[in-house]
Design a protein around this ligand. Structure first.
Ligand code: BES
Ligand code: MN
Ligand code: ZN
Length: 505
């Protein structure tokens, strides 16, 4: 959740101690100690902390000092930055760490003191990128998962972030800073939307609810949208999505949203396809009970494309995007699909089912074909697809499979800007051969070897030669321990990189 009234602003017209705030974040490098525009008492406090060796300013070191200012308590939050200059990635993480502390001390208004060396540095770099990184890191650092305890007040989070510096720079500088803050806020908001959706328990988010969430987003931004119910899916022949959804009393949905940033609906159209399994029990090939509750996150791909779309709508780049979300609940029951079944996908390709727990690729197959029917000329699919990618890359990096190296390289460049880690897996043709079936065009499960790659290539078949990237976020979408910008639980992984890619295309 995010404070609905949250705003980030820039002030240089007042001395720092005269700004109303409960916390002041101070970036402190190992070399530069005294921030020129602080009142004497604050400087002395910081100096004595340094003398006693309590805080050195090394990277991401944190230290708090309570001070009194005009009879009001203020907490100085020192964040170490190591050796200057920090790149946007380091600044983003410093902001995350400081933000977590502002939540701990319940600060409502927070001042972010900008040391003059940072300003000089960002002048020589991209000013907007620095403002973006700090704003984004701060907002994402204040994120908390919604809780459902009786008699508990809802968490609100800080309401205002005030970037402060004492020298007055040119208007142009301030303008660039505002552009960066706006972008940072848009990127954070998209990420938070994805986190909130992914954190929803399975009983509060079934395919129908995911469709409502998409509808709300469409209405908020005036987007064209379409939701296919099971009858319409039967008419079209979406056998992949229908099979996976057949075991549940909550019927599947095919969700489509369109973002038009160009004057006409022609030329390049980017297709974003997200796996929307609202809960994955494994179906008849039932999962073990231990840890099954994490499968509330099996719609993390759907959440990522919705989050990215929200960010894009706030920034309005000149691109056309079609978002497709095949959504179902994978359940065992008398009506569920079974191992041995042979199904026909929307593309006409048949699939021999060997494991009903390999359901993501089945719904995504129809998702890709539908995106293509809707005019997509290049496709990114995002999915919590395989346990194998967690073995390979842990909860650290997202695995990528692609049929187009230049496309993937562009995407990885975007990931370097956002600080999200994306690692390419090799799409050798040997892995494709493993997908062959004796009785159908494809089999849906291939055994343990190279399982993330075969799963990705299964989906890639349905790109039919279109440039395509598959992102396996099984390890990164939902994590058991907070780390850096990722809180415990849903992370909103890939929202920022997808948005960045589309914007900088
Ligand atoms: N949703 C799971 C993958 C997953 C695992 C996501 C762990 C997040 C954390 C997916 O549908 C699945 O069950 N994959 C199987 C495929 C196998 C049966 C071929 C897997 O990876 O074990
Ligand atoms: Mn599964
Ligand atoms: Zn799944």
């Amino acid at each position: 959740m995010m404070n609905a009234k949250f705003e980030a602003i820039w002030r240089s017209d007042l001395p720092i101690e005269l700004i109303e705030a409960q916390a002041v974040i101070c970036l402190v490098s190992e070399a530069e100690w005294i921030t020129g525009h602080f009142p004497e008492a604050w400087k002395e406090a910081i100096a004595s902390v340094k003398e006693r060796g309590l805080f050195k300013g090394s990277e991401s070191q944190l230290f708090t000092i309570p001070v009194m200012q005009s009879d009001m308590p203020i907490t100085l939050i020192l964040v170490g930055t190591g050796q200057y200059p920090l790149n946007p990635e380091g600044l983003r993480l410093a902001a995350v760490r400081a933000a977590k502390m502002t939540v701990k001390i319940n600060a409502d208004q927070v001042v972010f003191a900008l040391p003059s060396s940072l300003l000089t540095y960002s002048l020589s770099q991209d000013i907007a990128a620095v403002a973006h990184a700090l704003t984004e890191g701060f907002i994402l650092g204040t994120y908390r998962r919604k809780t459902y305890k009786r008699n508990q007040q809802a968490y609100i989070g800080p309401e205002r972030l005030i970037f402060h510096q004492d020298k007055v720079f040119q208007d142009e500088y301030e303008q660039q800073w505002y552009i960066g803050m706006e972008r940072g806020k848009a990127f954070a908001e998209g990420t938070i939307l994805a986190r909130d959706l992914t954190n929803l328990p399975g009983n509060m988010l079934v395919p129908r609810d995911l469709a409502s969430a998409a509808e709300r987003l469409a209405e908020q931004h005036g987007l064209e949208y379409e939701v296919l119910d099971e009858q319409e899916m039967v008419k079209k022949g979406m056998g992949g999505l229908l099979s996976v959804g057949s075991g549940s009393v909550n019927p599947p949905r095919m969700i489509v949203l369109k973002y038009q940033g160009k004057s006409a609906w022609e030329g390049e159209i980017i297709g974003l396809v997200g796996k929307g399994i609202t809960f994955d029990t494994g179906g008849i090939s039932l999962k073990p009970r231990l840890g099954m509750e994490e499968m509330i996150s099996d719609m993390g791909g759907a959440a990522a494309v919705l989050g990215a779309l929200h960010t894009l709508c706030l920034i309005r780049p000149e691109q056309n995007v079609v978002v497709v979300i095949p959504s179902a609940e994978n359940m065992p029951s008398g009506s569920a699909f079974k191992p041995g079944d042979i199904i026909t996908t929307l593309s006409g390709r048949t699939v021999e089912i060997l494991n009903t727990d390999a359901e993501g690729r089945l719904v995504l197959a129809d998702g890709l074909t539908y995106a293509k029917e809707l005019g997509a000329t290049r496709i990114i699919d995002v999915a919590t697809l395989t346990g194998a990618v967690v073995s390979a890359l842990g909860d650290v990096a997202t695995g990528a499979v692609s049929n187009d190296d230049p496309f993937l390289n562009e995407f990885i460049l975007a990931s370097k800007r956002t600080g999200e880690k994306v690692w390419p897996l090799p799409a050798y043709t040997e892995f494709e051969e493993m997908l062959r079936s004796e009785v159908a065009d494809l089999r849906n499960s291939t055994g343990r070897y190279g399982a993330s790659i075969t799963a990705g290539l299964f989906i890639g078949t349905f790109a039919e030669g279109m440039p395509w990237i598959h992102l396996d976020i099984a390890g990164t979408a939902y994590v058991s321990k907070e780390r850096g910008i990722h809180p415990k639980g849903a992370t909103g992984a890939m929202v920022r990189t997808i948005a960045d890619y589309v914007i900088n295309q």
